[in-house]
Write a protein that binds this ligand. Structure first.
Ligand SMILES: Nc1ncnc2c1ncn2[C@@H]1O[C@H](COP(=O)(O)OP(=O)(O)OP(=O)(O)O)[C@@H](O)[C@H]1O
Length: 624
């Protein structure tokens, strides 16, 4: 486990957890503390009143005196009965407040990441999982333990004081008994935290298989290839691995706690023998024995409670490290303190000797790429799978920074610009575009929040993406929910509660987000038409072509016909630019592009002459 385990870091985390709890709900903390302190004093008071009643009875006191004492004891009993409910209410309110604030702070921090690095890093994803679990658990645990500890302390001090009056050695003996309990609980919690971290990857894999078995995306292949049992087997064996680790931990814990229970029994039994002997010798009254028994039991229960709270707190604080790491990490990419202005693009976007790899352990994806995209130019980018095209897009959007080299916007390094301003000047359809489980209107409106409520702009964008007609036919047109996830029991059979679009329709919706941004300086289209039928692809490329006209654009497509009308085409291979020029130049060059183009063209021209191959499908969106 990588998190520091020393006392100082733990105290630092405890302070941070308490600070969060205080910011979340100061009033409830005060109420909860007050109720807890009263709750801690009540058992001691009950013990003393019981002792006094018994001593009065044994001494033949007046009935009136005994009734008054009994009345007080009854009142204490009422308090003891009612208090747990008040405590539960206060605790639940406190937990809700802490949970809400922890969630907001965590997701604000996640939202503050500039790029994609953390989201594509498995170690970070593990941290995030623990952070989500521990973000509210630790502050709740610390505040609960602290107040519960105070309450136990009141009980322990009260009873120890009583014990000290009766037999000072017994008080010392019972107190010493607490040391091994607390030490054992801390050791157990440390081991449990380590175990939880170690089984993180196993649990992630188990979760992955469970997702595959239940997700609609995977259901087709799972059934067609008959891999359900195979995945089930893998999920089960991952589960068995994590369960074995947890069982080992449970056995260790049970063994330790059994040992402690034996010691507790010996202490109580020894104490009782001592008290009975003292009573026979006339040194203790019946009432003294009562309070002695209550004190030993009360101190042991309070110490046990205290020790397990310390153990839980230790474990929660160990995992809380992940929460603090996430919320305090700040942006993962450097953000300029005084960002430079980013006026509309006038000259070019330039990649200067750009090298990139995802981490030091990964291979180079881009190797010394030099590329200038002139203002107003449409650039086509082609290359085989894995050549680095989408990676280059990620750098242009500043989802990552180049490992070496720079990307310049009119000569300004994009690292010196506010990332939001940079992205505000672009628009994009990504290869792995999103469909949001929201209404049609929102799905389009998210392309430009200023248009979220501007139905005319949204309709225009839908129209240009060729999806308007489909939307008009939906039960609630632009207000139709594009998911069946949120239906209520009462309307689950009502189609108006949500529909599912086809893959191509979803892609058109993603394209309409591009059309919503009226004046983007730079348009990125990474396989914008991969899921469309031939006619739709033609329509979309024509519309996108118009949208790109006079704008700087980058179009990535494996269908070379779609990029052939670009002003310039660049061929990327294994992280290098290997060819560039216009379609005709590249075909004449007879290199990689010509080879790929001929390969695609042959699929359409089998029964035509070989010369002048113009693939019908490959020519979609072209000037041909
Ligand atoms: N987050 C990541 N971490 C590590 N490696 C990655 C990551 N994303 C992509 N890669 C690797 O980078 C290389 C280039 O991937 P990229 O997606 O840029 O290629 P591409 O040219 O867009 O391919 P395709 O045509 O298949 O979309 C691939 O080898 C891929 O495995």
């Amino acid at each position: 486990m990588r998190s520091a385990q020393g006392l100082i870091p733990l105290l630092g985390r405890a302070r941070a957890a308490l600070s969060l709890a205080w910011r979340a709900s100061p009033g409830m903390i005060v109420l909860y503390t007050a109720l807890s302190l009263v709750g801690g004093a009540l058992p001691v008071a009950a013990g003393w009143f019981m002792k006094m009643i018994l001593d009065q009875l044994a001494g033949g006191a007046a009935v009136g005196d005994i009734i008054a004492l009994t009345g007080c004891l009854a009142l204490i009993g009422v308090g003891q009965g009612a208090l747990p409910h008040a405590l539960t209410y206060a605790r639940a309110s406190l937990e809700r407040g802490i949970g809400r604030l922890a969630q907001i702070e965590l997701f604000s921090a996640v939202n503050g990441f500039v790029g994609l690095g953390p989201f594509e890093n498995p170690e970070f994803l593990d941290k995030l999982r623990f952070a989500r679990q521990s973000g509210s658990v630790a502050p709740n645990q610390v505040i609960g333990s602290l107040i519960g500890g105070l309450r136990s302390l009141v009980t322990v001090v009260g009873f120890l004081g009583s014990l000290a009056l009766l037999g000072p050695m017994m008080a010392v003996f019972v107190l010493l008994f607490s040391v091994p309990i607390v030490a054992a609980e801390i050791s157990l919690s440390r081991r449990r935290s380590e175990m939880l971290w170690n089984i993180g990857p196993t649990e992630r894999r188990e979760f992955f298989y469970a997702q595959l078995l239940s997700s609609v995306e995977a259901a087709k292949e799972v059934r067609l290839f008959g891999i359900g049992d195979f995945l089930l087997g893998r999920m089960r064996s991952e589960r068995e691995v994590s369960d074995r680790a947890k069982r080992r931990m449970d056995i260790r814990q049970t063994r330790t706690q059994f040992g402690l229970a034996v010691i507790a029994g010996v202490v109580s039994g020894g104490g009782l023998i001592w008290a009975v002997n003292q009573s026979r010798a006339g040194a203790l009254s019946i009432g003294d024995i009562t309070i002695f028994v209550a004190a030993v039991a009360g101190v042991q229960a309070a110490l046990n409670q205290l020790a397990s709270e310390v153990g839980f707190t230790h474990q929660a604080l160990t995992l809380y490290q992940h929460y603090l790491t996430v919320v305090t990490s700040g942006p993962e990419l450097p953000v300029a303190e005084k960002p430079r202005e980013l006026p509309p693009l006038r000259r070019s976007i330039q990649l200067k000797d750009v090298w990139f790899r995802y981490s030091d352990d990964h291979p180079w994806i881009l190797q010394g790429v030099n590329l200038e995209i002139k203002q107003g130019e449409s650039l086509g980018l082609v290359g085989l799978n894995g050549a680095g095209k989408s990676t280059l897009v990620k750098l242009l959007c500043r989802f990552y920074d180049p490992t070496r080299g720079a990307i310049l916007w009119d000569g300004v390094d994009i690292r010196q610009v506010d990332p939001d301003r940079l992205r505000g000047r672009m628009t994009a359809v990504f290869q792995d575009y999103m469909q949001y489980d929201m209404t049609v209107k929102e799905n389009i409106g998210l392309g430009d929040l200023t248009a979220l409520e501007d139905i005319d702009r949204i309709k225009r964008a839908a129209h240009r993406a060729g999806i308007a007609e489909v939307i008009e036919g939906l039960p609630k047109t632009y207000e139709t929910l594009l998911t069946r996830m949120f239906f209520a029991e009462s309307d689950k059979t009502n189609p108006e509660t949500g529909i599912v679009l086809s893959g191509g329709q979803q892609q058109r919706l993603a394209v309409s987000r591009v059309f919503l941004r009226d004046q983007p300086d730079f348009v990125i289209l990474d396989e914008p038409s991969s899921g469309l039928d031939a006619e739709a692809e033609h329509d979309i490329h024509t519309a996108l072509g118009n949208h790109r006209k006079d704008r700087t654009s980058l179009l990535i497509s494996h269908r070379l016909g779609a990029v052939r009308d670009a002003d310039r085409i660049v061929v990327l291979s294994e992280g290098h630019i290997v060819e560039e020029g216009m379609h005709g130049d590249l075909v004449s060059l007879d290199g990689e592009y010509a080879r790929l183009f001929a390969l695609q063209a042959s699929g359409y021209t089998e029964d035509q002459s070989d010369d002048g191959a113009t693939p019908a499908g490959a020519g979609i969106g072209a000037n041909s």
